[in-house]
Write a protein that binds this ligand. Sequence first.
Ligand SMILES: [Zn+2]
Length: 610
Amino acid sequence: MNTESILYTLVPHDLAGHRLRVTLRIADPDPQGQQLALPAWIPGSYLIRDFARQVETISARCNDRVVGIRKTGNHSWRCEPCDGPLIVEYVVYAWDLSVRSAHVDETHAFFNGTSVFLAPLGKEQEPCHLLLEAPPGITDWKVYTSLPEAAGHPQVASRHGFGMYRAPDYDALIDHPVEMGTPQVISFEAAGALHEMVFTGVVPNLDLERIAEDTRRLCEAQIAFFEPESQAAPFLDSSDRYVFMTMVVGDGYGGLEHRSSTALMCSRADLPSTGRRETGEGYENFLGLVSHEYFHTWNVKRIKPAAFAPYDLSRENHTELLWVFEGFTSYYDDLFLLRAGLIDEAAYLRRLARSITLVHRGAGRLKQSVAESSFDAWTRFYKQDENSPNAIVSYYTKGSLVAAGLDLAIRNATQNERSLDDVLRLMWQRYGRDFYRGKPQGLDEAEMPRLIEEATGFKADGYLERYAYGCEDVPLAELLEPQGIALSWNAPKTDAGLDARLRYSEGQCSIASVHEGGVAHKAGLSAGDVIIAIEGLRVHDEKSLQNLLSRWQPGATVTVHVFRRDELRSFQLTLAEPALTECQLQRVQPADRSLQNHKDKQSGRNKQDG
Ligand SMILES: [Zn+2]
């Protein structure tokens, strides 16, 4: 029976204690002593996370004899030599409610392979089997994953069942997260391919049908975008299905992409309930997240930077190109809400304007380029502090503006004959389509200008030099004008005028961060200060602060009393005219639908599906 060369058996054996037990059986271990390692990070989230610190106990044996096993690094072990089969048994603590690791309790189990599967070093290319076992005493849980069942194996799992699954190699094994439990589930077909949506967490009256229909439109629009001829879904090289696994919580937002699935986290209030048709901005944000992670199925899971082909999971993998993989994806996520007919152009322009506002509020954009931000993701973007808005720029948000500007520049230069769409399709054909079909090659760091010119004829060197590799603001007003859209700047309506980000909680107003060059900075106020009074009058919430400050005109100087740590201090703050920091976009000339798609086939069809 035990003919598998590498077999993992996983059981969430202690739900109350949040523990998973994994048994790894290696038929033919390294005769020098098998080495094992757990990834230091999870692809898509660029921070060393040391998942190995959650391994509580580990032991090894061979033919009923104990085999010594010792730690050789933060995330690596070595077993004493043995003939095999080598059996390694370990327990992982799983109590991190995030899309990045593992979480187990009486209601469900969710895990990423990066948190639970030790890699047998030197054997990463070999096929792996995974036997999933139900927790002791649990009979009603099902299994949701894009990992294929081990067809033909005597213990093969039935669809959504416990049993045997299979991956062609270790890289695939850890790229199909697994959800177990009794979630709310709906499935649909898009472009003839099966998609499943799994919602874990308590959500009364969840309108599954509506979510499935909106998601189906998004998926079809994206599939038609990358494969206008064949309409082939990208994930069929790895699985016969795509799985959206969503953890619903009171307050949360995020996602992580995989080759044939995605793990999402969202707020309950963002999801629609049955019998209500109105769409809030929260639901738009949820669909934007779905759109973003699904777009990654092409862009970053198959079209990758050379630095990720393959990943080195033992250390940081540096690339200057995250503005392409996250920035372009962030540009297209909202654009596909428009192209799939889920929002109208006015709503789309509001979302784009919000990104522009966000980028322009941070002085860090003038100090760090999106290429530098990409490279430093590991130590800066993923390790933000109170000064981050002044010191760094987001390769997501500014990256999306670099994409928007580039799209517009190409459209303007080619009379809307060409666009960024052509660049993405060329990247897909050259690098993505066959990535898991034996051509695992990634983009060189300096390749973007060449690709853009080949796809569109547009020479992008100068543009990229200034806006992606330099710190200049993308001149969006200028680039949007030929497309009939006007950009203007307004003073934000809800802003106390301190040029600081404030945090209000439990009757206290504290400063989260101070904008460089603003009035709070000039007065000497700092992040962490608790504002207790203005001119001797108590401040306890947003309203009291705004009411007080509005009693003085710009130019007036007021005394601000704060606690810095436990010391009472006073600062002289000179009020300023409200800064024009809020971007607004408005269509001023009729649309030629160029923002939608210059070919415009896909969006037209989807609208009729309605
Ligand atoms: Zn992303």
